[in-house]
Design a protein around this ligand. Structure first.
Ligand code: GLN
Length: 536
């Protein structure tokens, strides 16, 4: 730690959800990181699930996976993409983890005969957790994002813990709010005033207010918010609609956010270093080329379900000075005859089949993979995408009619994809897939080796099924390239088509893609799409 005393910033949502609290917290963290400080982000989610592993991405968005196998909220992806750091399970606090911990402690007799209460026992637990993360990760500044909105029952005890925390540590509170406008130029500040009053009624006084809006904050609106919320005007920030989320740190910096934060925290300002970040944002905003990539899947109705894939394409695009337009392809439309593969993919430069579970839409995905292979369209398969690429190859090239994954068809004559052996005895659902970072050894001379430029790689995983080793010889004999396996050779990790750019991985490389360090396979895939376009 560089600072004499650790500082804490607590980011609160007010008024309504969906304002981009995670992006704001990540942007504040980025600004401070660019000033040379070491940052630890923590997010609290009030749900009683222990983690996101059992949640449906339709309802909750993508399940993000960390190196240590923690399945967490997609905001962790935003933090990692902005900060280019690897987070740990302890950065994620959930209602489920807190209650499970406290009940287990009570059963062990950990409260010495006392009745166990939300205040002080649970709130003490929360404060200790936040302090411990700062200590163990040697952070200068810990940023705590409180999930949900002020006024929710789910986060009330957490806010109470933060209120207490403020009298024990150096804590700064940031309120994110929305300032609607009914007609042009007529910004309404009253909702923000009410929300602010609600926060103050909990004993918390926001030091900084960030206003999401659809038109620039007028002087009058700023004056009103300042007066009614007791926050000086210079500490009220404008958070406008943006072309790219990665621009937010710079928008806040223009309003002197880091200078004000450092002053409030009592930290010496040693100047900023945002050069690389600025250059990358410029590349995103001013692309030289444009391509369209199809992403198939059954959660296409909720684009948040694939946010890491989408962002990895932004990163891979920026690296290639290209804008990647995404076309979402609902593959059940193909299966049910509402659309043809050809129609759907005609205007695409490449196809991605991302992760997935269950059978709906799979035949449509397999049809898309076949089309890409036969038409020479670059293809990237991610986890379930690898499994479906192997099924497609087995059926259409290796001659294994009706080959399938046993997840989809338990009675298939050729189970080319089957449960991982250690998964057979598992009955419970939470946290027991093959999770987190696993090493893979790449074969020299493959496209994947070329993309990574090294033999040993590590990517994050989340799956129960794998390529069935009984079929590896058949697949190889028919030409499929096994480009990577687990170090002991027991799990197929990457396969490639012998012709054209088709790579599929059992991992989720999108989970480790950051703006400053894009995922190698996404960079290579975008480049392949651009090359194909050049030829056309
Ligand atoms: N359903 C597949 C499995 O469990 C793929 C999972 C995924 O794509 N994350 O192996």
């Amino acid at each position: 730690m560089r600072l004499k005393k650790r500082k804490y910033i607590v980011v609160l949502g007010s008024l309504m959800s969906g304002l981009g609290k995670g992006i704001l917290a990540a942007s504040i963290a980025k600004l401070l990181q660019c000033r040379g400080l070491k940052i630890s982000p923590i997010k609290f989610d009030g749900y009683l699930n222990v983690d996101c592993g059992t949640m449906n991405p339709y309802r909750h968005g993508e399940v993000f996976v960390l190196d240590d196998g923690t399945e967490c909220d997609m905001d962790f992806g935003t933090y990692e993409r902005f900060l280019n750091i690897d987070l740990e399970g302890k950065n994620s606090i959930t209602g489920g983890k807190l209650f499970r911990g406290i009940i287990e402690k009570e059963r062990r007799g950990g409260f010495l005969g006392r009745d166990v209460q939300i205040v002080p026992h649970l709130t003490d637990e929360i404060k200790d957790w936040v302090r411990r993360v700062g200590e163990e990760q040697d952070a200068d500044v810990v940023i705590v994002e409180v999930g949900g909105t002020v006024g929710d029952i789910e986060n009330a005890y957490f806010l109470e813990a933060m209120r207490q925390f403020a009298s024990e540590e150096d804590v700064l509170f940031v309120q994110l709010t929305f300032v609607p406008s009914l007609s042009e130029g007529e910004l309404k500040t009253k909702p923000t005033q009410h929300a602010n009053r609600l926060i103050q009624s909990m004993g918390i006084h926001p030091d900084i207010i960030v206003c999401r809006q659809n038109e620039p904050l007028t002087r009058e609106a700023r004056e009103k918010i300042s007066m009614f919320c007791n926050v000086p005007q210079e500490k009220i920030f404008d958070d406008p609609p943006l072309e790219t989320i990665y621009e937010l740190p710079m928008i806040l910096e223009k309003q002197r956010m880091s200078e004000i934060l450092l002053r409030e925290l009592g930290v010496d300002d040693k100047g900023e270093d945002m050069k690389q970040w600025r250059q990358l944002v410029e590349k995103i905003k001013n692309p030289k080329k444009e391509i369209t990539v199809a992403i198939t899947g059954k959660y296409t109705a909720v684009k948040d379900a694939y946010v890491s894939v989408k962002e990895a394409l932004v990163h891979g695009g920026a690296y290639n000075s290209a804008k990647v337009r995404v076309k979402w392809v609902e593959t059940s439309d193909i299966e049910e005859g509402r659309a043809s593969v050809k129609e759907l993919l005609a205007d695409c430069n490449g196809v991605i089949v991302p992760g997935g579970y269950g059978s709906r839409g799979t035949e449509g995905k397999i049809a898309c993979i076949k089309y890409a292979r036969e038409e020479g369209l670059p293809f990237l398969g991610l986890c379930f995408g690898l499994q479906m690429a192997v099924v497609e190859w087995a059926r259409n090239v290796a001659g294994l009619k009706n080959a399938n994954s046993t997840e989809i068809d338990p009675n298939t004559p050729y189970p080319v994809i089957d449960l991982l052996p250690e998964q057979r005895s598992i009955k419970e659902k939470g946290g027991n897939q093959r999770l987190g970072a696993w090493e893979c050894r790449l074969k020299k001379g493959t496209r994947t080796y070329e993309a990574y430029g090294k033999e040993k790689i590590s990517e994050r995983h989340r799956h129960r099924y794998e390529v069935n080793n009984d079929y590896v010889n058949r697949l190889e004999e028919s030409g499929l390239v096994i480009a990577g396996t687990s170090p002991d050779g027991s799990i197929v990790e990457v396969v490639e088509w012998p012709d054209g750019w088709g790579v599929a991985t059992q991992a989720h490389p999108e989970l480790k893609s950051r703006l400053e360090q894009p995922a190698p396979l996404f960079v290579a895939f975008v480049k392949a799409c651009l090359d194909v376009e050049k030829k056309a």
